[in-house]
Design a protein around this ligand. Structure first.
Ligand code: MN
Length: 206
């Protein structure tokens, strides 16, 4: 049988020190090379376990396996999107949005400032480990902010992910200690609106 594909850790499109001082080199390296890699490896280990079970004709525990698989794949997908919607401050990162995303945000939230405040509050109030995400619902043609627990709880099926922000402690503790709010403030200096616009434009084209 043909060798089946596995998940691959994507490389970053910028240097490890490029997001400093908002995310330090040491933190970004750790976050990408260790944490994100662990989700990729975790997902692949489960896929291989399932492949082995099929080959051997044995059973595995579906409840535990699929719960864990959802966690790892969610982690991999969210981190991949996260790296993509960041860019060095002043070199593609930060500032006010333009284009389609600016229009959609204005229509739904009244202004970019109101949106930024709500998204920051969403991120800051995430319990424990999770993400804030700006999603888009094609059914209503509205953006919807979601607060995701871990990597996989409260995810809206079929909604497209436009912009995500990791608020797990591993995302900021090394640089900001327990000051999650300050980390979130820094996010607005490195958010890549060009990428967010590309994501929304791709969705609207289909
Ligand atoms: Mn993370």
């Amino acid at each position: 049988m043909e060798e089946k594909k596995l998940y691959v850790l994507p490389s970053l499109s910028y240097e490890y020190n490029a997001l400093s001082p908002h995310i330090s080199e040491e933190l970004l390296k750790l976050h990408h090379d260790k944490h994100h890699a662990a989700y990729v490896n975790g997902a692949n280990a489960i896929l291989q376990k399932m492949d082995n079970a099929r080959t051997a004709g044995t059973d595995f525990d579906p409840k535990a396996t699929f719960k864990e698989l959802s966690f790892h794949i969610g982690g991999h997908v969210f981190h991949s999107l996260f790296w993509g919607n960041l860019a060095p401050a002043g070199k593609g990162g930060g500032g006010n949005p333009s284009g389609t995303i600016a229009k959609i945000v204005d229509e739904e939230y009244g202004s970019f400032d109101r949106f930024r405040k709500l998204f920051s509050q969403t991120a800051n109030s995430t319990e424990g480990s999770g993400w804030a995400a700006l999603t888009f619902c094609k059914g209503t043609m509205r953006p919807i902010i979601s607060q995701i627990e871990k990597h996989n709880t409260n995810v809206y099926p079929t909604f497209k992910l436009l912009m995500v922000l990791d608020v797990w402690e591993h995302a900021y503790y090394l640089d900001y200690k327990n000051d999650r709010g300050k980390f979130i403030e820094g996010f607005w200096s490195i958010v890549n609106w060009t990428e967010v616009n590309k994501r929304i434009d791709d969705i609207l084209k289909k």
